[in-house]
Design a protein around this ligand. Structure first.
Ligand code: URA
Length: 235
């Protein structure tokens, strides 16, 4: 990869600013100053430094966020704050995007990456990646609802859902439940409960595929996936 592209990708400024760094002799490859912006670096084998600091090159970034309510799961929005607005500049430079969507008022596990191939695999309907949600539901959620979800329910547009696994944590006027679904239709959890005459009043995604939301993450916080998590995810 060209040295100017690498440094620009890694957040060392625009191509122009990077050119200046090179001209100033700040950049070394395996200890040798490099001034030519077109110089090719083998990122796997050569060590690049800027003013003596090693440039840790990576192509992809994988972030687990505890999405807060009130922000949109999109890269851009004219009106509302997006999940990208919550990222540090050092992560934004990788141009990550959210893998799938959570509603504006939904909280919890959101994966952000610039790895299009992985995102595609996780979102592909053929892969049936399970997603687990915790919800508070207005109305008494019963075993009859669990049975209905197991068979699949008909949503307001006539779509019949794939089986969902409903666990009732608390049955009351406001019930607490966990639901695992393997698809991601628009407002799916809310509409599944509407199909059985109930209303979701709080929704949080707690798991996606093999990964669990890190409970240490406060709302709006995020961290990179660990190597183990990434391995699990890639299968
Ligand atoms: N189902 C919903 O209804 N909303 C979400 O944000 C995610 C799943």
């Amino acid at each position: 990869m060209r040295i100017d592209k690498l440094l620009a990708n890694m957040g060392y400024g625009s191509r122009k600013e990077v050119k200046k760094l090179l001209k100033d002799g700040a950049v070394k490859v395996d200890g040798m100053p490099v001034k030519d912006a077109k110089f090719h670096v083998n990122v796997a084998e050569e060590e690049v430094t800027v003013y003596g600091d090693v440039v840790e090159y990576k192509e992809f970034v994988y972030l687990m966020m505890n999405k807060p309510p009130g922000v949109i799961s999109a890269t851009e929005d004219d009106v509302h704050e997006t999940v990208i607005d919550l990222l540090e500049e050092e992560d934004v430079i990788f141009e990550p995007f959210p893998v799938g969507r959570l509603d504006k008022d939904t909280e919890g596990f959101l994966l952000l990456t610039n790895d299009g191939q992985l995102a595609h695999q996780l979102l592909s309907p053929k892969k049936h990646v399970p997603k687990k949600y915790y919800a508070k539901v207005e109305g008494r959620v019963t075993e009859a609802d669990a049975e209905a979800f197991k068979k699949g329910v008909i949503l307001d547009d006539g779509y019949e859902t794939k089986p969902g696994e409903l666990t009732i944590l608390h049955e009351g006027d406001i019930s607490e439940i966990e639901l695992v679904i393997t698809e991601g239709k628009f407002h799916q959890v809310k509409r599944m409960f509407e199909a059985v005459g109930k209303k979701v009043i709080y929704l949080k995604r707690t798991e996606m595929g093999p990964l669990k939301l890190d409970e240490e993450l406060e709302l709006g916080q995020y961290r990179e996936l660990t190597d183990e998590e990434l391995e699990l995810l890639k299968g």
